[in-house]
Design a protein around this ligand. Structure first.
Ligand SMILES: Nc1nc2c(c(=O)[nH]1)N[C@H]1C(S)=C(S)[C@@H](COP(=O)(O)OP(=O)(O)OC[C@H]3O[C@@H](n4cnc5c(=O)[nH]c(N)nc54)[C@H](O)[C@@H]3O)O[C@H]1N2
Ligand SMILES: Nc1nc2c(c(=O)[nH]1)N[C@H]1C(S)=C(S)[C@@H](COP(=O)(O)OP(=O)(O)OC[C@H]3O[C@@H](n4cnc5c(=O)[nH]c(N)nc54)[C@H](O)[C@@H]3O)O[C@H]1N2
Ligand code: SF4
Ligand SMILES: [Mo]
Length: 722
């Protein structure tokens, strides 16, 4: 009998968190239908929301545990795989818990992530747990916590519709957060001015009123000069500064040297443009800043973030609808992964590891039935530090719950060497990704659509997911896998025993005061709930800092920030700055590259290169060129365009066969957030000689991407998304 049902859920891609209905025929997901009542997207979706479900029933889903023997995987039973993992974790943790590390999955529900950090902390006794936010919005978490006391987006998404000036810096939301870009367009239709500052003339820049082209890595110089103009013209909000902030005099002193002349020299923006940007931003009644990775993915990422906070506080553009500092969070549940305490410095709800009393609270909460938890009140290693420790032989076991660092971490050669250096790599995944292929044990996980739980979108809205089909083969839900491992390690079952995701969420509410008021009845509605949600009658409004900041004295703290710029600067040998970005149709790699409709739109990677830089090298459009840095080299089709500033080139990060991260640099760290410099490194490009056919064996795992180079031109024909 034919049975069709519609299951309302949340899109598994970006942090906008659109609501969709899954169409389920006889127990299998077969499509997506609009979810019109959803407050975030009102029934609209981007191509990923529309076709991004196609990966789910792919034949190559992992269906059974795998154990590597003599370099080859063989299928194993759950009992065998779980015992193997549990005994290794037990052995290493009894000796030195800090030789174990965990990466949590910002694509999976809060409940799974909470259990990942609980497995790390409670069963293994380590604070070494982190996730991809470190190389994404880690600087946002660090920078906004320092200035405002909390590291999240300050306003709800709909707040942007109230703005009359929207300053988008380092965000290409038309491709990366399309349904938020729709709200920017709606605001513009109502009269808001939209300005985009980016080294590339992106699709977002194309919908703006004004595009400001500038040099990669010079945001601090631009913002400091804007601050000086605002103060020189007496446009600062004196009352706000007086009542709500501290550190203004130091900010004023530091920014005085950022003259228009100096800033123009550093940024490449004309002096009069910087001046009018400053005056327009400060004169607007409600000005919003929107940013993303163009701000964060630098060795001075936290400084960039704090500069945006300085600018907003200086002009009183915070704590009101239409204003704010709005970092667009990337992954569907990266906000949740931070909230759940998949951070080496924070427990669930941003309760601090370094605070002795807090650590004692968690030690007490998690102990019982004769089992004692004794966590140190010291932060563990970050994601990048764990990889470096593995490389140096200081980490023995890495447990990766759904991340693909071989493709996504800087410097692929370094990452592979690090993973190969481990005594055991455990990867819990839906697919045999490049990372899973390096594993000793692969644990097959249920994916999106196959479980209940919650995702938290970029505006802190905690939304319910619903199960639409059974997981394939013998794949299990993440929390169930990790619960079994903890018990096999000797944690008494009552401390690690759940019958449902809902039970896990109840524990989360007990541990995280910011979510204490989130009961199921209020949560499982289209509007859902935003945190902070302190009690069951808290209205849980998305707007933060109306009356005070979350710092100990309630004041916003201006920071003194100096321009430093990228660590690796161009020179004669490597004269081009590489930036790495995203395209509309792909989302990292594992899932969208397995969606036929999306893959047909963009089949392989490319390097964007300015017409002038291409002409100097004799490169023609679609020609496969050699791109190389101090770390490695790739062969990649050239896309010649004037939409990128001369001297800057761009490779989308999604494509393993011409992976941007072969070239990027894992040595240049942001000291404040441990971010690596994914948006700037020095490279060179050259034509291949005629012997490319011979050389191609050594590039890109032997994939002949020249065959597919023709296909890349289709990416210029963008689908209408709004
Ligand atoms: N389609 C799609 N959407 C996605 C994702 C995806 O893979 N595909 N990933 C999601 C994730 S995890 C994230 S974090 C977000 C990222 O969302 P975005 O940050 O919007 O995406 P990116 O393309 O990485 O970079 C944004 C822009 O920063 C610019 N930029 C580079 N260097 C600088 C600089 O020094 N200063 C300034 N001001 N700008 C600079 C780039 O030219 C680029 O246009 O997207 C999310 N959404
Ligand atoms: N050069 C360069 N590198 C970058 C960036 C850049 O701009 N430039 N951006 C960085 C950013 S912002 C980010 S966020 C990272 C992303 O880096 P990653 O987090 O490594 O990227 P994803 O591909 O999203 O990895 C998620 C994996 O989880 C799996 N998965 C999905 N759902 C589940 C689930 O429920 N359970 C389990 N167990 N697995 C699941 C998917 O199959 C996928 O392989 O990349 C970073 N790397
Ligand atoms: S905007 Fe983001 S959440 Fe919405 S449909 Fe597209 S990828 Fe999914
Ligand atoms: Mo991200």
């Amino acid at each position: 009998m034919l049975e069709i049902k519609y299951v309302p859920t949340i899109c598994p891609y970006c942090g906008v968190g659109c609501g969709i209905n899954l169409v389920v025929r006889n127990g299998k997901i077969i499509g997506v239908e609009p979810y019109k009542r959803h407050p975030v997207n009102e029934g609209k979706v981007c191509p990923k929301g529309n076709f991004g479900y196609e990966f789910i029933n792919r034949e190559d889903r992992l269906k059974t545990p795998l154990i590597k023997e003599n370099g080859e995987f063989r299928e194993a039973s759950w009992d065998e795989a779980l015992d193997l993992v549990a005994s290794k974790l037990k052995e290493v943790s009894s000796d030195d818990p800090n030789k174990i590390g965990f990466y949590a999955c910002a694509r999976s529900p809060n409940e799974n992530i909470y259990i990942t950090q609980k497995l790390a902390r409670v069963a293994c006794g380590t604070q070494n747990v982190d996730h991809c936010a470190r190389i994404c919005h880690g600087p946002t978490v660090a920078g906004l916590a320092t200035t405002f006391g909390s590291g999240a987006m300050t306003n709800g998404f709909d707040s942007i519709k109230e703005s009359d000036y929207i300053f988008c810096i380092g965000t290409n939301s038309m491709e990366a957060h399309p349904l938020f870009a729709r709200k920017i367009i709606q605001a513009r239709k109502k009269g808001a001015k939209v300005v985009v500052a980016d080294p590339r003339f992106t699709p977002t820049a194309k919908i703006a009123d004004e595009y400001v082209e500038f040099k990669t890595g010079t945001d601090v110089a631009l913002i400091n000069a804007m601050i000086k103009v605002i103060i020189d013209n007496n446009l600062q909000d004196k009352e706000f500064i007086e009542k709500r902030t501290r550190g203004y005099e130091e900010l004023k002193k530091c920014t005085q040297k950022y003259t228009l002349e100096m800033a123009s020299e550093i940024t490449g923006i004309k002096e009069e443009v910087i001046k009018h940007l400053a005056i327009e931003y400060a004169s607007a009644d409600k000005a919003a800043i929107v940013y993303s990775l163009g701000i964060t993915e630098h060795s001075h990422g936290a400084d960039n973030v704090m500069s945006t906070a300085n600018l907003a506080m200086l002009t009183g553009n915070i704590g009101r609808e239409g204003t704010g500092v709005n970092p667009l969070r990337g992954q569907n549940n990266v906000q949740g992964a931070c909230d759940m305490g998949a951070l080496p410095t924070d427990y669930v709800g941003y309760r601090k590891v370094q605070d002795e009393k807090t650590t004692q609270w968690f030690n007490d909460y998690y102990s019982g039935y004769g089992y004692e938890v004794n966590l140190p009140a010291e932060p563990g290693l970050t994601l990048v530090e764990m990889m470096n420790a593995a490389h140096d032989g200081d980490l023995k076991v890495l447990y990766i719950h759904g991340e693909d660092p071989v493709l996504s971490d800087a410097d692929i050669k370094h990452t592979k060497e690090a993973l190969n250096n481990l005594e055991m790599l455990i990867v819990q995944e839906c697919f045999l990704t490049d990372t899973a292929q390096c594993a000793d044990v692969v644990l097959p996980a249920a994916g999106w659509g196959e479980q209940e739980g919650t995702f938290t979108n970029g505006e802190r809205r905690v939304q319910c997911l619903h199960k639409a089909q059974e997981p394939p083969g013998d794949a299990w839900i993440d929390w169930k896998i990790m619960e079994e491992i903890a018990v096999r390690m000797g944690v008494p079952r009552p401390l690690f025993h759940y019958d449902s995701a809902e039970e896990i969420f109840d524990e989360i509410r007990q541990c995280a005061p910011i979510m204490a008021g989130m009961n199921r009845e209020r949560l499982d509605t289209p509007e859902a709930l935003h945190w902070p949600c302190l009690s069951e009658d808290d209205p849980c409004k998305p707007l933060m800092y109306e009356d005070s900041f979350k710092t100990p004295d309630g004041l916003g703290v201006f920071q003194v920030i100096e321009h430093t710029g990228p660590v690796e600067t161009p020179d004669d040998e490597y004269p081009l700055i590489l930036t790495t970005t995203r395209v509309l149709f792909h989302y990292h790699a594992a899932m969208t590259r397995r969606c036929e409709t999306l893959s047909n739109e963009v089949k392989t990677g490319f390097i964007e290169i300015n017409t002038k830089d291409a002409a100097e090298r004799g490169i023609i459009n679609n020609e496969v060129v050699r791109a190389f840095s101090r770390r490695g080299e790739i062969a990649v089709p050239a896309r010649i365009t004037d939409d990128i500033k001369p001297g800057i080139v761009n490779i989308p990060m999604h494509f393993a066969e011409c992976a941007a991260n072969v070239l990027t640099n894992s040595d240049s760290f942001d000291p404040k957030s441990k971010m690596v410099e994914l948006k700037a490194c020095a490279i060179q490009i050259e034509k291949f000689e005629d012997d490319f056919d011979i050389k191609k064996d050594i590039y890109n795992n032997g994939t002949d991407i020249s065959i597919e180079a023709e296909d890349i031109s289709t990416t210029t024909v963008r689908k209408e998304v709004i």
